[in-house]
Ligand binder design. Sequence first.
Ligand SMILES: [Mn+2]
Length: 278
Amino acid sequence: MNLKASLTCTLVPQMNQGPFVFRNHDLKTACQLTKKHGFQGIELFFTNPSDINIQEVKKLLNSEGLLCSALGSGAGWVVHRLSLTSENRDIRKNAVNYIRELVGIAAELQTSVIIGSMQGNSSSAVDRSTALKYLAEGLAELAQIPETAQYPILYEPLNRYETNLINTLGAGVELLQTLPPQRVKLLADLFHLNIEEKNISQSIQAAYPWIGHIHFADSNRQAVTEGHLDIPPIAEVLLQNKFTGFLAAEIFPDTDPELSAAKTMKALKLYFPSAFGS
Ligand SMILES: [Mn+2]
């Protein structure tokens, strides 16, 4: 299997200002437009696991021949204020259960769940070492879910303005090394890496065995080529390692999301001609 690419679609009203190509579309239209622009998959963000009609989602994906590249868990924090590092034990437990439910659904859709903002922050109520302990405990519990053997959790280091816990791939590797191998992988988001890493391609190379997913965005979180990221060395590292995961465009859309889709596909063809055609 080769590299794959996807577009992002939020179905969470409270996240409709976020970095998602489709923010005000029904799932059917989003799938049709994703297919139209040549992508292999779509990344989906729902408000509640119980909102997800698995058969209906499968039907929509199948009718366009699309894969689900991942399920996001952002609404767990944005809508439900669930955090794996809350000072409140019940909230931590509910956060794990929320993700656990998503993992079961994701497995039926043959994909993984992303943990980004649900990792939370340290604070005056939870100091850094306690927060990191809670995060490792939460991830360790999730890593016990049998489905994660096939569909590992995707843990995403975020930039310093979004979390004060883990900001780099290197720090992410340290965290993952304490967990059962391969049950949790890293999501490398180029937008976050651009803020935090000394050298993006070298950091990807160093963390490569742990990387399971890429968020494909430019420095300003717009479509790649709209910012100032130096993509060739990043593309080279992924191609040399024969990365077969998804490059998912988690980006702020243009007024017309089709324009963002087209720009992203153009960038993929430019930088990954062997995978996406030139
Ligand atoms: Mn991301």
